[in-house]
Design a binder for this molecule. Structure first.
Ligand code: ARG
Length: 567
C-alpha cells in the first residue's frame, strides 16, 4: 500500500501539471500487471479519458513525461492506455521484506475496524443431529471470517445459533420416555438420540396416538414444564458434548450459543411491532408479511395455531443482536439453499424501517459431496465429521511415517497436517461453488493443498535453522532476480488481499494466496542457493525466507490452518 500511495502522489502531481486536474481514489486504480515484464504497477488511463476528453494513450504519454526516475521509481513506460511503473528492485525487496519481518504476525493487520462489532452466525448446528461433513463449510468459513475481521481490528462475536426448537423435540421426549434411558443416551450419544427419533416415526405409522403424545411434550417444553425441560436440556448437552469434540479438533470457538429457543420470549415485541406498522397480514388463518411487490413469497410469521417459525426467530435474533452488540455487520454463514429465507426476512426488517437491514448479510456457500456422490441422510450416505477428521489424521500419519520416519512429535504433526488438509480443501474454492471432497486431492503433497503449503513453510523453517544467526548486514541486491522478485510481489500483495477477503467475505482469496506465495518461493528455492560464501547476500536471502515463512504462517492462521515447523 505504501508503494501505491507513493505512486499515486506522483500521478496526482503529473495530473495537476499536465491537465490542472485532480482525481480522487488514485491508489485504488493502480493495478498489478499480469506479468513482471509489464512493470510492478500499472495505472489505467481509461478511467480519465472521459473527464479529460483525451484518448487513454495520449493521457499516459503526457503523464509519463512528468514522472521522472527517482530513488523508488526506476522508469515509467506507456503501453496502450497504461502507464507502467518499474520500481528499483533492490529498494522494493528491502522495504517489503523488512516490513514483513518487523510486523511479524501483525503483517497485513490494521485498525480500520476499531470500534466496530461483527456478529458472525456460523456452524449453527441442530440438536440431536450428529456433526457431518455438510457442516464443515459453515464452521470453517465462519471461523476464518472471524480471524480475518479480527486481523483488521474489528471485534467479532461468534454465534452458534443452535437449532434447539421445534416439534421434533416433543416427539423425541415422548420416544425417550417410552423406550429410552439415561444410560442409553449417555453412552450412545447423539446416535442414540437419532435412533429414538427414527423409532418414533416407525411406530407412529401404526400407532397414531404417539403423534399426540409428541405434540403434548412439545407443548410442555414451550410451557416450561420442568421434566420436559430437564430431558430436553439433557439432549442438548449430549449434542453439544459431541460437537465440542469436533470443534476442539478444528480449533473453533464461539462467544455465544444463543439458539432458536433463546428467543422464545423475545418474539412477541417483534410481532406486535409488525402489527402496529401494518405489515402483518392474515392469510388462511396464519400471519405473514406480504412480499409480493418484492417478487418473493410471503414471509411466514405465525402459523394457524399461533406457533412461531424459523423466520420469526431469526427476526427476534437480529433485533436482539442489534440491541446487545450494536453490530456494524451481522453475517449469516449458511448454505445457499436458504437464500430465499434470508432475503425474505432481511426485507421484513427493511420494511419495518430499520436502515441497519443493509448490514445483514447472507454469506452463502455451496454444497459438499463426497467422492463424487451427493450426501443423503435418507439413503444412509452420510460422512460424520469426527470420523472424517480422524481418518485424515491417520492418513497424514502414514505419509509422515513414510516421508520423515525420524520426525519428532509425529502425532502432533499428523494432526496439524491431516486436519489442516481438510480445512484447506474446504476453503480453497470460491465459497459459492459446490465442493467434491476427494481424499487423493485433499492430502496430495504436490498439489494446491494444505500439506503442500505447510511443507513449504517447514522447508523455510529448516533453511532458517541451518542459517542460524547471521551477523552480516543484508545486501538486497542479491534479490535482484526474477524469482526473488516474484516472492517479494506476493508478500507485498498480502495486506490488500486480507482487506479484499474481508470486504467480500471470501476466505478462499487467502487460501489461494498461500499457494501462490509457496509456489513462488519454491521456484526461487530450486534455482537459487540461499546460503553461500557471500555473507551479505546470504543474509538478504535468509531474510526473504524468513519473511515467506512468517507470511505463510499468518495467512494459514487466518484460515484456521496450523503451520508445523518440521514435517
Ligand atoms: N440450524 C440451521 C440449519 O441447520 C442453520 C441456522 C443458521 N442461522 C440462522 N440464524 N438461521 O439449517
Amino acid at each position: 500500500m505504501e508503494f501505491k500511495a507513493y505512486l499515486a502522489e506522483k500521478i496526482a502531481g503529473a495530473l495537476r501539471e499536465a491537465f490542472d486536474a485532480s482525481v480522487d481514489g488514485i491508489p485504488g486504480f493502480l493495478e498489478t500487471p499480469p506479468n513482471p515484464e509489464m512493470g510492478d504497477f500499472a495505472f489505467p488511463c481509461f478511467r480519465l479519458s472521459k473527464a479529460l476528453r483525451m484518448a487513454p494513450p495520449a493521457i499516459a504519454g503526457k503523464l509519463s513525461e512528468r514522472i521522472a526516475p527517482d530513488p523508488v521509481i526506476e522508469r515509467v513506460e506507456c503501453v496502450g492506455g497504461y502507464l507502467n511503473f518499474f520500481l528499483h528492485k533492490t529498494g522494493y525487496a528491502q522495504s517489503i521484506v523488512e516490513r514483513v519481518l518487523e510486523q511479524g504476525e501483525r503483517y497485513g493487520s490494521s485498525d480500520e475496524g476499531q470500534g466496530r462489532v461483527i456478529c458472525i452466525d456460523y456452524s449453527s448446528i441442530n440438536i440431536a443431529k450428529r456433526f457431518h461433513i455438510g457442516h464443515l463449510s459453515t464452521t470453517m468459513i465462519g471461523n476464518a471470517l472471524y480471524k480475518i475481521y479480527e486481523h483488521l481490528g474489528y471485534k467479532c462475536v461468534g454465534i452458534n445459533h443452535l437449532g434447539d426448537w421445534g416439534t421434533q423435540f416433543g416427539k423425541m421426549i415422548a420416544a425417550y420416555r417410552k423406550w429410552g434411558s439415561p444410560e442409553q443416551v449417555e453412552q450412545g450419544g447423539v446416535n442414540a438420540l437419532t435412533e429414538l427419533y427414527v423409532r418414533f416415526h416407525k411406530e407412529a405409522e401404526t400407532d397414531p396416538a404417539l403423534e399426540d403424545e409428541g405434540r403434548l411434550w412439545f407443548k410442555k417444553i414451550e410451557d416450561g414444564d420442568p421434566e420436559a425441560l430437564r430431558i430436553f436440556n439433557k439432549f442438548k448437552e449430549i449434542t453439544l458434548k459431541d460437537a465440542q469434540r469436533v470443534y476442539d479438533m478444528l480449533g473453533v470457538q464461539f462467544d455465544s450459543y444463543a439458539g432458536e429457543s433463546f428467543y422464545n420470549d423475545k418474539m412477541q415485541p417483534v410481532i406486535d411491532e409488525l402489527r402496529e406498522k401494518g405489515l402483518l397480514k392474515e392469510s388462511q388463518g396464519a400471519y405473514v408479511v406480504d412480499l409480493e411487490d418484492e417478487g418473493m413469497p410471503p414471509c411466514l410469521i405465525l402459523k394457524k395455531d399461533g406457533a412461531t417459525l424459523y423466520a420469526t426467530r431469526d427476526l427476534a435474533a437480529a433485533f436482539y443482536r442489534k440491541k446487545t452488540y450494536d453490530f456494524y455487520k451481522d453475517l449469516y454463514v449458511v448454505a445457499y439453499q436458504q437464500d430465499l429465507h434470508f432475503r425474505q426476512w432481511f426485507k421484513v426488517v427493511e420494511k419495518m424501517g430499520y436502515d441497519w437491514a443493509k448490514d445483514l448479510e447472507h454469506v452463502a456457500f455451496g454444497m459438499v459431496s463426497y467422492e463424487g456422490r451427493a450426501l443423503s441422510t435418507r439413503e444412509g450416505y452420510v460422512v460424520y465429521l469426527d470420523e472424517l477428521l480422524t481418518r485424515a489424521v491417520e492418513k497424514a500419519r502414514e505419509i509422515i511415517e513414510e516421508k520423515s520416519p525420524n520426525l519428532a512429535d509425529k502425532d502432533k504433526v499428523a494432526r496439524q497436517v491431516g486436519i489442516g488438509a481438510v480445512v484447506f480443501f474446504d476453503l480453497f474454492n470460491n465459497r459459492i461453488k459446490d465442493i467434491d471432497f476427494r481424499w487423493e486431492r485433499v492430502l496430495n503433497f504436490d498439489g494446491e493443498t494444505g500439506p503442500y503449503v505447510q511443507y513449504t513453510h517447514a522447508r523455510c523453517c529448516s533453511v532458517l535453522a541451518k542459517a542460524g544467526e547471521l551477523s552480516a548486514a543484508p545486501d538486497y541486491a542479491a534479490l535482484d532476480n526474477a524469482q526473488a522478485q516474484e516472492v517479494v510481489r506476493s508478500l507485498e500483495r498480502f495486506p490488500e488481499l486480507v482487506r479484499e477477503a474481508c470486504q467480500r467475505n471470501e476466505p478462499s482469496l487467502l487460501t489461494r494466496f498461500t499457494v501462490e506465495l509457496a509456489s513462488n518461493f519454491n521456484r526461487y528455492y530450486y534455482e537459487n542457493r540461499i546460503l553461500t560464501e557471500d555473507a551479505a547476500a546470504s543474509a538478504a536471502r535468509v531474510n526473504l525466507t524468513a519473511a515467506t515463512a512468517s507470511c505463510l504462517r499468518t495467512a494459514l492462521g487466518l484460515i484456521g490452518v496450523e503451520a508445523p515447523e518440521k514435517m
